[in-house]
Design a protein around this ligand. Structure first.
Ligand code: HEM
Length: 582
């Protein structure tokens, strides 16, 4: 039992004892005076005792803390709600309470949930709130590593320093600049091979678009991460185990009999770890030059902490998970939502043609000495006699394809069901846009559900639940960031509210370091797909978003992935070979 758990057990036992002792002396006296039959008295006594116990164990609450939402079933009601509805429970609570922030008592502990965007931003920026305390509780259970391993990484063994600052540096360096370009370029290279391999005449039948994208992104990202030669995920069974693990890992968090209660995730994890252990034992992470900096620098740092190599390998199951799970679902929604809107798709094709093909045609004409100026705003979007199209992925593509970028953001706004979590380290005050201040007590967990702020009608308008391809056009600037408005008009305020309420990548010092990779990969692939391919048969009425259980980017409901489709090269584009550079 962990220290915290045993402390909890002691305080519960003490409370019980005190309650019983207090009642003990009174019981005979009350019974003698009441003349109630003994059996009824006994039942009544148990009820009173239970009620007293339940009342006594409510956590203390300071009026400066966020207001309490009382559960319908005392003490365990919120726990039941969370187990039953998972992250949707937070949306339900917000719909019923309309509170900006709340305290949820659970047993004799409590949890804060922040529903308001400006308060979420304040919490993400607060100094004395951190994410790593969650690692202590959950990482060993999810990845099946020893508690001692995590203690060593967090500097609790008294020998090593806390790894987190160095790890954050690794994330930053490995997922930016040349390393980002290399990772994204290699991933997109494998994705291009798939596009180029589609038969000109017969096309490709895709029974399930989501699974096709999952396989495409998974294979390409894993190869780019782990290297060309020894990639542990090149065995399709290992990649399938990755999806099996990801979909069923929830109950592992409980840390109770994982082999029984989380059997699917347990077996899938074992399969992946069996592939990763020989990889790390052979030091392919350091020896193979084609391995990404993300994998290489992480394990180099972990090796400095003298982790047994098998523990290191087990821990690295997280890498493919973070690099694929949200990015591939976002790509799926972006493709699906765009292709069922022919007007939006046509505009995206025009944008992409101007950004990618028109410059190539102009270059070719000037090389051929063709002086007749061609109109680069032409709507005749054939590739001419160009047989190789290289798309330069990255911020310049984004700025030249604003509608495509808007669709990407809109997809992630609707699909993100992420709940960013922090633990309060010291008592902290936060205040939001209405200047009200709330006290958050130390040692309390804080949950910030993105779905609530991403679908807030006051921020996004009456169509907050709908896909609006152009929603972000007005507020997005150049590059990945929104323009920062300091003005005081209603439009400026609206822009600031939207910016604060767009939190798919979390924030503060843990802001997702892979967001540029996700943008680069998704936008470039979308541009190639829009220019060169048709997706026949996609049915709007057979597209339905599921609820994410763990709090990640939502997948489609099984059977509601848009129906079977056929990918086909567009007329006039059959001979084009696609390439990407970053
Ligand atoms: C659409 C795609 C993605 C979404 C929506 C997403 C979302 C998130 C979120 C919400 C967090 C937690 C942030 C916080 O606690 O404040 C996070 C952390 C992280 N993400 Fe992503 N992510 C995406 C893609 C990626 C990719 C492609 C990679 C790697 C190649 C990646 C690597 C990471 C890492 C390493 C962290 C941990 C950062 C830390 O704890 O300091 N993510 N991501």
């Amino acid at each position: 039992m962990s220290d915290q758990a045993s402390e909890d057990a002691v305080s519960l036992a003490e409370l019980l004892e005190t309650g019983i002792a207090a009642l003990k002396g009174l019981i005979p006296l009350i019974w003698l005076q009441s003349k109630i039959p003994p059996i009824q008295f006994l039942i009544g006594g148990v009820v009173v005792l239970l009620a007293t116990f339940l009342f006594t164990i409510s956590p203390p609450h300071n009026p400066a803390e966020p207001p309490i939402i009382k559960p319908r079933v005392p003490v365990i009601g919120h726990l039941i709600g969370l187990l039953r509805s998972q992250v949707n429970y937070f949306s339900d609570l917000h719909t019923k309470s309309h509170l900006p922030i709340a305290t949820l008592p659970i047993g004799h502990r409590k949890l804060y949930v922040i529903f308001d965007a400006s308060l979420q931003q304040a919490a993400l920026k607060a100094r004395d709130m951190d994410a790593q305390s969650f690692m202590v509780d959950f990482v060993p259970r999810i990845f099946g590593i020893r508690q001692g391993t995590i203690d060593r990484l967090l500097g609790r063994d008294g020998v090593h320093p806390n790894i987190m600052a160095d790890m954050e540096h690794v994330f930053k360096v490995a997922l930016s600049g040349d390393n980002l370009n290399h990772l994204a370029g290699t991933t997109l290279g494998t994705m291009a091979d798939t596009l180029n391999g589609i038969d000109e005449k017969t096309g490709l039948d895709v029974p399930n678009l989501f699974l096709w994208i999952q396989g495409l992104v998974g294979r390409a990202t894993a190869k780019a991460l782990w290297g060309k030669e020894h990639n542990p995920y090149r065995d399709e069974d290992v990649l399938d185990a990755q999806w099996e693990f990801e979909s069923n890992m929830g109950p592992l968090v409980l840390g109770v009999l994982p082999r029984l209660i989380a059997r699917k995730a347990y077996l899938a994890r074992k399969k992946i770890q069996s592939a990763l252990i020989p990889y790390y034992r052979s030091s392919f992470d350091q020896r193979d030059a084609s391995v990404s900096e993300f994998v290489r620098a992480r394990s180099q740092l972990l090796r400095k902490y003298d982790l047994p190599v098998d523990e290191l390998a087990k821990n690295e199951v997280s890498i493919t998970l973070v690099a694929t799970t949200n990015a591939l679902s976002t790509l799926y929604w972006c493709i699906a939502e765009t292709w069922v809107r022919p007007d939006v798709l046509a505009e995206i094709r025009t944008e992409a043609w101007r950004a990618v093909v028109a410059p190539l045609l102009e270059k070719q004409q000037s090389e051929d000495g063709d002086t007749a100026t061609k109109d680069s705003t032409s709507t005749n979007l054939a590739p001419g006699n160009i047989s190789e199209i290289t798309i330069t992925a990255g911020p310049s593509l984004e700025s030249k394809c604003p509608l495509l970028a808007s669709c990407f953001r809109e997809s992630i706004r609707l699909a993100s069901q992420i709940v960013t979590a922090r633990r309060v380290l010291k008592d902290t005050l936060i205040s939001g846009a209405d200047k009200r201040t709330y006290l958050l007590k130390a040692e309390t967990n804080v949950m910030m559900p993105a779905k609530v702020v991403h679908r807030d009608v006051a921020t996004w308008g009456d169509d907050a639940e709908e896909f609006n391809a152009r929603r972000f056009l007005a507020i997005q600037g150049q590059g990945v960031r929104f323009e920062n408005s300091t003005g005081n008009t209603e439009a400026d305020r609206q822009q600031r509210n939207m910016k604060a309420a767009f939190v798919p990548f979390g924030g503060g010092k843990h802001l997702c370091p892979g967001r540029h990779f996700a943008f680069t990969e998704n936008l470039a692939f979308m541009a190639a797909l829009a220019l060169g391919f048709e997706i026949d048969g996609l049915q709007r009425e057979r597209l339905r978003m599921g609820d994410s259980k763990r709090g990640e980017t939502a997948k489609p409901l099984p059977g509601m992935e848009g129906g079977p489709v056929a990918l086909r090269k567009r007329r006039g584009w059959e001979g084009v070979k696609w390439e990407f550079v970053c």
